[in-house]
Design a protein around this ligand. Structure first.
Ligand code: SAH
Length: 351
């Protein structure tokens, strides 16, 4: 029960046993300025004691109403304080939705998504995942799209904070993993600095999801002994030595490079790699809509990757894998095709 009706019931309950006539007084009280109050109130034993005192006191009706009003206002204030305190104790869940279809979601992510009161999601979250939300759950889109007008990070941070302090269960849902080019930590810091706790729930990041779905390993004995996740966003035309050194660092240690947000920067990536001494024939794979039903893969090499990127017409996120591991993936694909042929041939013989 909410609002003035609740207050009225509480007062009637506590006062009726003392002086039946007081119910009339409560009625009058409730007609007064608190009638629009949206709050329910919490009366503690001390308040009941005070209520009794007011009720039995030998003062006139008007004074009693005044005292009652003050008491209820006190209760309302305390209720509000408690509410705020409880609200601040809600933990915002910053959740990775995985990079692909709903199957890549973790069980923990499913649990918090289904329990959320509000989900603030980005553009890489697949629509089916949002259908897991409860019917009462508010879905708020707040994402960033390459070269498109979208919410600023500050707007997103502010919204998360404003929602969190209302005391509802907030889930911030992001494609892939929240902490791999996902700004999850920026949001967590913003909230923490304002007294709101958060928790990360890992998701399958694009490099891992795409590697699996395209059959390209990220490491392979004697071929690649490390893997580096690189953002293509910050590639520009700088040719200073420090930048070249940085790219040489990426190429050393037989590392596989997984470029996020790199399709539109393929020319700059190729230029940087070549300046750093990469062999132009180093294999490259573009995986678009990785781990999704409309996944496409195109193969190229570093010296031709700019044109290869332009040839990709399908819309959707693209991950670029650069390294000798791409050849291992191609070899595996070839062997798998051979397996299928053998199975078909055997079926012909034994079927
Ligand atoms: N937090 C995300 C990455 C966000 S940055 C994660 O962990 O996966 C966005 C970039 O991720 C895209 O530009 C693209 O390079 C990559 N990406 C995300 N999902 C992808 C997918 N399904 N297929 C290919 N690349 C993807």
């Amino acid at each position: 029960m909410q609002g003035i009706e609740f207050i009225k019931q509480m007062l009637l309950k506590s006062l009726s046993s003392i002086k039946p006539k007081l119910s009339e007084m409560v009625d009058e009280f409730s007609r007064q300025q608190l009638t629009t109050s949206p709050f329910s109130i919490q009366l503690n034993t001390n308040n009941f004691f005070l209520l009794r005192k007011i009720a039995v006191k030998n003062t006139n009706k008007k004074a009693k109403i005044q005292q009652l009003k003050q008491l209820v206002l006190q209760c309302l204030k305390r209720t509000e304080r408690n509410k705020t305190f409880n609200k601040q104790r809600q933990t915002v869940q910053i959740v990775g939705a995985g990079c692909g279809e709903i199957e890549l979601l973790t069980l923990k992510a499913v649990q918090v998504i289904t329990q959320a009161d509000v989900i603030v999601y980005d553009n890489l979250v697949c629509a089916e995942i949002l259908q897991l939300a409860a019917t009462h759950c508010r879905l708020i889109y707040m994402g960033k799209r390459f070269a498109q007008k979208s919410s600023t990070q500050d707007e997103i941070n502010q919204s998360l904070y404003q929602l969190a302090i209302t005391g509802v269960k907030v889930v911030r849902l992001k494609g892939g993993d929240p902490n791999v080019f996902g700004r999850g930590s920026e949001e967590a810091l913003f909230l923490a600095k304002r007294g709101v706790k958060s928790e990360f729930i890992a998701g399958i990041t694009a490099a891992l999801g795409c590697a699996a779905s395209s059959g390209i390993p990220l490491t392979h004995r004697k071929v690649a002994r490390s893997v580096t996740f690189v953002t293509g966003q910050r590639c520009n035309d700088q040719r200073e030595q420090s930048v070249i050194d940085e790219w040489q660092g990426l190429l050393s240690a037989n590392s596989t490079l997984a470029f996020y947000m790199g399709k539109e920067k393929a020319l700059e990536i190729a230029t940087r790699l070549m300046l750093a001494g990469a062999d132009g024939r180093l294999p490259v794979a573009f995986i678009t809509n990785g781990a999704r039903q409309k996944q496409t893969i195109s193969f190229s090499r570093v010296d031709q990757m700019a044109q290869a990127a332009l040839n990709i017409k399908q819309a959707g996120p693209t991950l670029i894998i650069v390294g000798e591991v791409v050849t291992i993936g191609a070899e595996l694909e070839h062997c798998l095709a051979f397996c299928s042929q053998s199975v078909a041939a055997n079926e012909g013989v034994y079927g």
